[in-house]
Design a protein around this ligand. Structure first.
Ligand code: GAP
Length: 464
């Protein structure tokens, strides 16, 4: 399947089945803003729950917090975001489309050509504006790069004057740094320790796009892990490995993941070293950042004037910070792409027969938005009353769907398409033997299970 069509098909599935769709779509939407529907919110919650369990709940050295999205603007001055959170923007003078300078490999090389007019001219003559195909000539067709601050401004209180001006946070990290002392003291924490947070971040991206890959409103899952400066490299490696492990444990294929060490000249203003975990997205020449792990050194704590005193050794120092930072939306996109499968000619069992092409979302069970679907073989009242009672019972423990509309084969396919790992079928024999058929999404294996043992059977399979 050509890679571009995978994105198109996934976007269509996401809208049709209530995962993700443009925000405010009935009024034309708003570029870079997306709504997560009934299945999308379950998927996102499952991603966040898994991350929180692994990196906060199960660790004795990490605590959580949930800070305000809007905070004192001094936070953003001191952090360097007011002065330095910029993208370079270029505009095609012909069609007036704007681009991030970074988006073009070739454009990012403009600097190399600065003092070499001849080679710069021949290089630029091969480039075209990707929208109107005008030939690129710097200063003629494309404007010179202009710096553009990505933070959304807003006003607190009734007057729109500068005294009340502040920003929507562009990362969750700063709220952690400014709470360093308060959280550390309240929980009596000693270095090394971390503070984790999941929450919304906002960036006025010049070119949002590739579905939810680059949005203007998105969610981050971040840990700021505070270490003794002499141990920074050891912890950096530990966090690169732990982050990779989380993605592969949740089923991302290793061949679709790789590490990318950011070149020194491209590092963010706070970073000494950053390793990105890249996913083989079907755009941007195949690989793009899924998450980043940065060694932020003592940049942030120093910027906010914070320090640390070891109670035992009495040493005073400014801890270094290792920061694994992942986007929930970008992770959701990678999980969906990785799980998306088409089966030519369909799949069939004793109760299903299908010759059509079938879509199966092979999501990890922890991530599936619906865990169990209850499907009575027919709409007949004797079956549907038993099946509805069963669904009612299962709902107390698992996210459960109930479907009695159309043929059983079609209903199985509807569940496969959204990644439901188990379908429970109630048939006429069930009325006699008090057993139901449980069908596994991936193996297609069918087990006959006593209704009294169904919750236990599914709990074991789903590890819930
Ligand atoms: N605190 C560090 C930080 O924010 P970042 O590399 O700018 O670092 C971290 O962002 C992660 O947040 C990215 O790896 C990506 O997963 C996600 N992210 C960043 N910008 C995004 C955007 N515009 N849309 C969706 N996700 C984004």
């Amino acid at each position: 399947m050509p890679e571009t069509t995978i994105m198109d098909k996934l976007i269509s599935l996401c809208k049709r089945r209530g995962f993700i769709f443009p925000s405010g779509e009935m009024y034309g939407g708003l570029q870079g803003f997306w709504d997560f529907g009934p299945l999308g919110v379950e998927l996102k919650n499952n991603i966040k729950r898994s991350w929180w369990k692994r990196f906060v709940q199960e660790r004795g050295d990490i605590v959580g917090q949930d800070a305000a999205i809007i905070t004192n603007p001094k936070v953003w001055e001191k952090s360097g975001h007011v002065a330095g959170f910029h993208d370079a923007l270029v505009e095609c003078k012909k069609c007036h489309k704007r681009f991030r300078k970074e988006d073009f490999d070739s454009i990012s090389q403009f600097d190399h050509y600065k003092n070499d007019i001849k080679s710069r001219k021949s290089f630029l003559s091969q480039m075209k504006c990707p929208y109107c195909l005008a030939e690129v000539q710097i200063g003629k067709i494309f404007t010179e790069p202009k710096s553009f601050n990505l933070m959304f401004k807003t006003f607190v209180g009734p007057t729109e004057d500068t005294a009340s001006e502040t920003y929507l946070r562009p990362e969750t990290a700063q709220n952690i740094f400014v709470n360093f002392d308060t959280v550390r003291q309240s929980m009596r924490l000693k270095v090394p320790f971390g503070i984790g947070q999941i929450g919304k971040a906002f960036r006025n991206e010049i070119t949002p796009g590739n579905f939810i890959f680059r949005s203007r409103e998105f969610e981050q899952m971040e840990i700021e892990y505070f270490v003794n400066p002499k141990d920074d490299e050891k912890w950096f490696k530990t966090w690169v490995d732990a982050s990779y492990q989380w993605f592969t444990d949740l089923g991302l294929k290793k061949e679709n993941l790789r590490f990318f060490e950011q070149p020194k000249k491209e590092l963010a203003h706070y970073s000494k070293a950053t390793t990105d975990i890249e996913y083989k997205f079907p755009f941007d020449k195949g690989w793009a950042e899924l998450m980043g792990i940065a060694n932020r050194t003592d940049y942030d704590l120093k910027a906010h004037g914070l320090t640390y005193r070891d109670e035992v050794s009495k040493d005073e120092f400014v801890p270094y910070v290792i920061e694994p930072s992942a986007g929930v939306d970008r992770a959701a996109l990678a999980f969906l792409l990785d799980a998306y499968h088409e089966v030519e000619g369909g799949r069939s069992t004793t109760t299903e027969s299908n010759k059509e092409q079938e879509t199966v979302l092979r999501l990890h069970k922890d991530l599936s938005p619906v865990k169990v679907a209850v499907l009575p073989l027919s709409k007949k009242q004797q079956l549907s009353s038993v099946a509805q009672g069963l669904a009612e019972q299962l709902r107390k423990k698992f996210t459960t769907a109930y479907d009695e509309v159309s043929s059983i084969g079609r209903r199985y396919r509807r569940q496969d398409e959204i990644g439901t790992p188990y379908c429970v079928t109630v048939d006429f024999d069930s009325l006699e033997d008090k057993k139901v058929t449980v069908r596994d999404r991936d193996t297609m294996k069918q087990d006959r299970v006593a209704t009294g043992e169904l919750v236990e059977y599914l709990s074991e399979k789903l590890n819930i």
